[in-house]
Structures are given as structure tokens and as C-alpha cells.
Write a protein that binds this ligand. Structure first.
Ligand SMILES: *Cc1c(COP(=O)(O)O)cnc(C)c1O
Length: 460
């Protein structure tokens, strides 16, 4: 039997810095340690939970339930979360995302098989929903008057939706002219105050951190540890889909580095609980023009574990990539992501704009659409296979973070061979449509159409 427990009593917030480790109550509204400025973790005691097989069985049973919490792919795993059993949750039935076999993408990477966990199938089209459901639930618990975030688009679309569900005032700060119209359209429709600011994401992030010093304004970027709590449950959902067989490799894109941090924490805790006995190697892939974490990793590859995390992280002033969701030069969660990489013996790499664009088109050929940022994973896996860091017999899961319709202009430009990219030095570079699939103009009569089809040969 799983004992019911009031997890809020068994949990607290805690500074991640080894030299500090200050603790705070769950309802204290802060985003970094007051004493040393370090990032905060939510730590939950799992002591009262039953054994691993009882938990697995419980989560399996919930798949057949219509209860709001059980229908959510986040709250279904609520034993892992720092909320009381009685909490009323702000949910859009997030999670529950498919795990696809992707044979063409596998072939492209020179692997016999590859699985794609499509987090773009969340209610607002990105994985952000899995963290927003817990962060906005926490906003209600602490009595926030308004919720706020800085965003390259997806965080704001997600927050706007969950704030609307909770009937909370919501403001989002986005870099002017740098957010796709699809993402902006979502935020407007869900009723958020959309503030377009001069500067890039990092500027917007700096401003919202200052704003959130006002107690009534609750910040829900991934610096907020309650976001990370929701996002970590993806590890449990993925493992349940894999019948608790741990994959050898898990590959995710890296921007602000909340997602990789959350997955690391998720797998770590599931091992603590005895649900799994090893961790997948987590690899983070960045875009070449926005790769501060990759550069940091390259310098400290052999450094010792978390006791002594090197502090010389160098942000990038002018990040440049068409994968706007990861166009971030000063990732807030780098220290937690560093921990995840070390816990799991993973690595960090970067891929070019051309590699991202081609990988995205290949994922498309499997009938699976994703955002450019998500395609860094398949491009990265291809590189890791070529370098011998992923071997043919190993199992690999890539996390697709966003939906294809988030950025249709990118897709059309690739297929029309009009995609180009301005790098951080301002130089324009064309991106080749290696797998372009151009629309064809044809007269509206059967004969002309048949002629074109004959020329195409086999239609695939
Ligand atoms: C937010 C986002 C990312 C980056 O995730 P981080 O947690 O910031 O590293 C990648 N892809 C998409 C589609 C996103 O929305």
C-alpha cells in the first residue's frame, strides 16, 4: 500500500551550493538563496512512500482513471511532487505525450533504432506545460497577485494559458521582433499582457528578475524550482512507456537549461526510490551560435564532481540561431544542468544551423513535426554516433521539445530554399535545402497533373 502523506510537510527548498545548503519553507517566495544567491532545489522526502513495485502499479492503475489529477501526465506522478494530496491543481491535462519510433531519423543517425519523446504534443505545443502546471498551482498557493515570465515564446504561451485557467493576471516579456507569430498569437488569445521589449531574451530575463522582487509578482521562469518539479515527471512518464527499461542515452536541446536540469533530477530521484537501478547518459545539444554551456563543458570536461563546481561560466553576449527557443546567451540553470551531466556521465555538444535544418526535415519524413530547437537532438545524436560516443547496440531517446506549427515560416523557407541565417558577426549565410520538398505549380487539369506525377516517379 502507498501511504497518503502531506508532502508539503515533508519537503522544503534548499540552496544547491555545496558550501551553503541553506533551507527555506515551501511557501517562502524566493527564486535564489538569500544567503549566497545560489539556485534552489525543492527537496522532497520519499521516506513514507511504499516500495517501487507498489508505486509502479499505482501509476499504471491511474492510466484508466478519469480523475483530473490522474488524467494529467504530471499529477499522475504526484507522489514525486511537493504538494499536499488535497491541493486543487491548475491543469490542462498536460503530459501524456507519445513516444514514437523514428526509423528514418534512426537511419540518418546510422542507428538501428531511435525513439522520439514528443513533448511538443502538450496542450500549448511545448514541454513548458509540464512545468507550468506546478508553477501556476504554486502561484495560487502563495497567493500571487500576478504571474510573469521572460520568454522566447513558448514559456509565455504556456504561462498565458495556465494563468487564464487559474484566473490570474499575467504579463510576459518577449524580445521585440524575435518571437514567432504563432507563439505570440497564443499568448494574445489566452489574454496575457504581452510586453515587447528592446533587446534579447537575456535582457528580458534580467528585467523580470528585478520585477519579481515585488512580492506580489510571481516569477515562473525555470529559475523557479516549482517549474522544475513538474518538468521532472517526464522522466517517470518516459520510463513507464518503456516498461521501466532505462535507455542508454537521453538527448535534449539546451537553452536556459531548465529541461536538462529537470530530467536529471527526475531520473536521480527515481533511482533513489528504487524504481530504476541506473541513469541514462544525458546529453545536451546547443546551437553553435548560442552554445555557452558547450564551451564551458569543453573547458571543464574532466573536473571533479558537484562538491566543487567551477564558477567561471562565461555567457555569450550576442547569441545567434534560427532555433529561437534556444537563442539564449546567459542560461539561468547552467549549474543544475552541470550537475545533471555529471550525475549521469553525460556530455554537451553543439550543432550547426545547417545540421539543425536537415535533421528537422528528416524527423519530418518520419511523419513527426517539431520546432527547429527540437531537431538539435537528432543532429546531435548523428554527431555522437560518428564520434563513437553512442554505439549501435545502445538505446537512444531524443526529447522533441516543441511542435512544428510553432514556426511555420522556418519550415516553408527551408523547403523553398530561401532559409538564411545571420550569425553573431552579422554575416548572412544561406542554408541549403538538402531535403527540400518544393511545392509544384501545375495547371488544374488531369493530364498536366498526371505528367508531373509521372516525372516524380515513385511518390513517397
Ligand atoms: C524552452 C525550449 C527549449 C529550451 O529548454 P531549456 O529548458 O530552456 O533548456 C528547447 N526547445 C523548445 C521548443 C523550447 O520551448
Amino acid at each position: 500500500m502507498i501511504e497518503e502523506r502531506n508532502s508539503q510537510e515533508a519537503a522544503h527548498q534548499r540552496c544547491i551550493k555545496a558550501a551553503c545548503r541553506e533551507t527555506y519553507g515551501l511557501k517562502e517566495r524566493l527564486y535564489v538563496c538569500r544567503r549566497c544567491g545560489g539556485l534552489l532545489d525543492v527537496e522532497t522526502s520519499f521516506a513514507a512512500l511504499g516500495n517501487a513495485s507498489a508505486l509502479r502499479a499505482l501509476w499504471q492503475t491511474r492510466l484508466a482513471s478519469f480523475d483530473v489529477k490522474d488524467r494529467s501526465g504530471v499529477w499522475r506522478y504526484r507522489e514525486l511532487l511537493p504538494f499536499a494530496e488535497t491541493v486543487s491543481v491548475v491543469s490542462l491535462a498536460e503530459g501524456n505525450t507519445p513516444l514514437y519510433e523514428a526509423p528514418r531519423a534512426a537511419e540518418y543517425c546510422d542507428l538501428p533504432a531511435l525513439k522520439l519523446k514528443h513533448q511538443g504534443c502538450n496542450p500549448t505545443g511545448s514541454f513548458k506545460d509540464t512545468g507550468m502546471t506546478t508553477a501556476v498551482t504554486q502561484a495560487v498557493i502563495v497567493g500571487a497577485r500576478a504571474v510573469i515570465c521572460a520568454s522566447t515564446g513558448n514559456t509565455s504561451a504556456s504561462l498565458a494559458a495556465y494563468a487564464a485557467r487559474a484566473n490570474l493576471a499575467c504579463a510576459i516579456l518577449v524580445p521585440q521582433g524575435q518571437v514567432s507569430s504563432a507563439k505570440l498569437a497564443q499568448s494574445l488569445d489566452y489574454g496575457a499582457r504581452v510586453l515587447e521589449i528592446e533587446g534579447n531574451f537575456d535582457t528580458a530575463m534580467r528585467v523580470v528578475r528585478e520585477l519579481s522582487e515585488d512580492e506580489s509578482i510571481y516569477l515562473v521562469n525555470s529559475i523557479n524550482p516549482f517549474r522544475i518539479e513538474g518538468q521532472k515527471t517526464v522522466a517517470a512518464e518516459l520510463l513507464q512507456q518503456l516498461d521501466w527499461q532505462v535507455p542508454d542515452h537521453l538527448v535534449v536541446p539546451g537553452g536556459n537549461l531548465g529541461n536538462s536540469s529537470a530530467l536529471g533530477k527526475g531520473f536521480w530521484e527515481l533511482r533513489e526510490l528504487g524504481l530504476i537501478d541506473r541513469l541514462p547518459e544525458i546529453s545536451v545539444v546547443q546551437a553553435e551560435g548560442a552554445a555557452p554551456f558547450e564551451q564551458f563543458f569543453a573547458q571543464h570536461d574532466k573536473a571533479a564532481l558537484d562538491e566543487d563546481v567551477p564558477q567561471d561560466f562565461v555567457p555569450i553576449e550576442h547569441p545567434a540561431t534560427l532555433a529561437t527557443a534556444i537563442k539564449i546567451g546567459a542560461p539561468v540553470s547552467w549549474e543544475k544542468a552541470w550537475r545533471a551531466i555529471h550525475w549521469t556521465n553525460g556530455r554537451v555538444l553543439s550543432v550547426s544551423e545547417q545540421q539543425i535544418a536537415d535533421a528537422k526535415a528528416i524527423i519530418g519524413r518520419d511523419g513527426i513535426g517539431c520546432e527547429p530547437a527540437s531537431a538539435t537532438t537528432v543532429a546531435g545524436i548523428r554527431q555522437l554516433v560518428q564520434q563513437g560516443k553512442i554505439r549501435a547496440g545502445e538505446s537512444v531517446v531524443a526529447v522533441l521539445t516543441g511542435h512544428i506549427l510553432k514556426d511555420p515560416d522556418y519550415v516553408m523557407n527551408y523547403h523553398r530554399e530561401t532559409l538564411d541565417f545571420e550569425d553573431s558577426s552579422g554575416e548572412r549565410k544561406g542554408i541549403h535545402g538538402t531535403f527540400a520538398n518544393q511545392p509544384i505549380r501545375v495547371k488544374a487539369d488531369i493530364q498536366s497533373i498526371m505528367q508531373v506525377l509521372d516525372q516524380l516517379g515513385e511518390v513517397r
